[in-house]
Design a binder for this molecule. Structure first.
Ligand code: DGT
Ligand code: CA
Ligand code: CA
Length: 577
């Protein structure tokens, strides 16, 4: 199987990292970073286009040189430039970039001053108190590094989990491959993947097949398989080249539903269902539902639920977080779907750190069937993202008015993603914010404040007059940064009283609010805004990930701000006194 776009993007990103550590030309670095984002977000697999001899599509920012590199990677599986850069650099140095707060400049400084080029050396230097003497560092930074290393070590203890959208590329390709094996009938990915969890530990694939199908032999012979952990008649386990484990089980048609239910999980849900079965004098396992030795259900999942007196419960609710009681009472939620979203209230453009213009973003959103978007570039405090000052924002407001005067089929709302400053006030004055349709407030600095102070800071932000939405409320980055310590209940109650919505940021590495916080928002009556946080035209695809998380969090259409039509939305946005 060819490399995926995500693999090519990872190579470009590593090139950019290494060039940056080397202090290379910033335009060159930016070109590789942009290329990584473009390729990663490209809807079509570039290597398969190349394999079939098709021309590469015209991609923004990908000139002849980068195209040639994509072809090189697709053909030989690696990139000579990256190989050369790696040779010039200590092998583990890019690992250091995973430490929050350590950018390429600092990595380079530590390497020059202390010879630090691995995480272990960094840890030793920090514990020995050598870091705070390096120019540009200090005692506070040294402490941050120690804390961050502690978090990373805690993560390393657990097996790495993969973000679901990335796992989906492999899962979908594997399913298509297995479906072509002779004799194979049904192929389905169960486990956390089917429950639409934000990250997956491994993939659990179930297959039904005619007797004599070469299923297992073909499975372990797949190009992407790096090692075979177990191989048997009905069960095999492999690890793919990207580190993802895949368990494959062959199940019989009469057990298919029971196996699907069992291996979809969650474990907590299974245990709760099994308890109900026991109360009814039944036994339930991955082969079926039994009364004594008699097999009374199991061919379909519906039959399994029916045997214990329940209606079908969708996989994304199966966490034993109230779904069984709700099913019993006939009160399962009518979960939100992608088609329910009428607009997207968090969109960036080239004016700050986005890649496209207002027109490009509006066109792409309209093609997705959206009726409105809010342009919400960063504010000036966020200098790394070229945040806007009042003058620049006023010019953007004029540009949006001009766009709306001629455009049809979509309305662009005027907005800002305004930074919440250290003291909880906002980065732009009310006189400016007042002129906008949507004000999103967001924390981008000091995410590690103690719980009490961080909570007070956010409560103060929610008290600011023109705020409509609190963006990515916990600040977590999956696998990289823990959520900020916050008293979420107090924040939700304040948001509720101020008619402020909380964001479910749909970027695959954020998905913040998470599922349990969505459920809390629903219970507290706080509206949730499911936003792509698009930085380019292909990023509206994020909305689908947000919908998955929202469904896991029990959200219905009525709980979601941007399921409203434009008129109702405008009323809600101006509800703040
Ligand atoms: P993951 O892979 O960590 O993202 O999470 P899952 O939920 O996919 O967990 P996994 O792959 O360990 O197992 C798949 C499903 O198999 C799990 O959701 C429920 C079921 N299962 C696994 N172990 C047990 C168990 O000990 N008891 C019960 N009742 N079910 C289990
Ligand atoms: Ca799994
Ligand atoms: Ca598994």
């Amino acid at each position: 199987m060819p490399l995926h776009n995500a693999d090519i993007a990872a190579i470009f990103d590593e090139i950019a990292d290494l060039l940056e550590i080397r202090d290379d030309n910033p335009f060159r670095i930016r070109a590789y970073r942009n290329a990584a984002r473009t390729v990663g977000g490209c809807g079509r697999e570039l290597t398969s286009l190349i394999d079939t001899g098709s021309a590469l599509p015209k991609l923004p920012g990908i000139g002849p040189d980068l195209s040639a590199k994509i072809r090189e990677i697709a053909t030989i599986g690696h990139c000579a430039l990256l190989d050369a850069l790696r040779k010039q650099m200590p092998p583990a140095i890019t690992e250091l970039l995973k430490v929050p707060g350590l950018g390429p400049k600092r990595v380079q400084a530590l390497n020059r001053a202390l010879g630090v080029s691995t995480l272990a050396q960094l840890d030793a230097a920090a514990h020995a108190g050598q870091i705070h003497d390096v120019p540009g560092f200090g005692l506070k930074t040294e402490q941050h590094i120690l804390d961050a290393l502690g978090t990373l070590a805690a993560h390393a203890g657990q097996a790495a989990r993969m973000q679901r959208p990335l796992a989906a590329r492999y899962a979908e390709a594997l399913v298509a491959y297995l479906q072509r094996v002779p004799g194979v009938e049904r192929v389905v990915v169960a486990g956390s993947y089917r429950r639409l969890k934000d990250t997956v530990g491994d993939l659990d694939i179930l297959v039904t097949a005619a007797a004599g199908s070469p299923l297992m032999a073909r499975f372990i012979a797949h190009d992407e398989v790096q090692s075979v952990l177990a191989q048997g008649e009905t069960r095999s386990s492999v690890v793919l080249r990207n580190g993802l484990q895949v368990d494959l089980r062959l199940v019989s048609a009469e057990s298919y539903g029971a196996a699907l239910h069992y291996f979809t999980g969650s474990k907590a849900h299974n245990i709760a269902i099994r308890r109900i079965a026991q109360e009814l004098g039944l036994k339930i396992n991955e082969y079926g539902v039994f009364r004594g030795a008699q097999h009374i259900a199991g061919a379909t999942e519906e039959s399994v639920f029916a045997a214990v007196g329940l209606p079908f419960i969708v996989p994304e609710l199966r966490e034993d977080r109230g779904e069984i009681q709700a099913a019993r009472a006939g009160r399962l939620p009518q979960l939100i779907t992608l088609a329910d979203l009428r607009g997207d209230l968090h969109v960036h453009t080239k004016a700050s750190d986005g890649r496209n213009t207002i027109e490009d973003m509006a066109r792409a959103a309209r093609e997705q069937g959206l009726e409105y978007i809010a342009i919400t570039d960063h504010s000036r405090h966020l200098t790394v993202a070229h945040g806007l000052d009042p003058q620049q924002l006023l010019r953007q407001i004029d540009a949006i008015d001009r766009f709306n005067a001629t455009a049809s089929g979509i309305t662009v709302l005027k907005g800002i993603e305004v930074d919440i400053l250290d003291d909880g006030t906002l980065d732009l004055p009310d006189s400016v914010l007042q002129q906008l349709d949507v004000v999103i407030a967001a924390v981008h600095s000091k995410l590690e404040l103690p719980r009490q102070r961080q909570t007070e800071r956010l409560l103060r932000a929610l008290d600011q007059r023109y705020v409509n939405i609190l963006a990515h409320p916990t600040g977590r980055l999956l696998g990289l940064r823990e959520p900020s310590e916050l008293d979420m209940l107090r924040i939700m109650r304040r948001a509720h009283s101020r008619h402020i919505a909380l964001e479910l940021n749909a970027q695959p590495e954020r998905l913040d609010l998470d599922d349990t916080l969505c459920q809390m928002a629903r219970e507290e009556g706080v509206l949730v805004s499911i936003n792509s946080d698009a930085h380019g035209t292909s990023d509206f695809a994020h909305l689908e990930y947000g919908i998955g998380q929202a469904r896991r969090g029990w959200l219905e259409r009525g709980n979601v701000l941007n399921s409203r039509d434009l008129k109702t939305l405008r009323t809600l946005l101006s509800a703040n006194p």
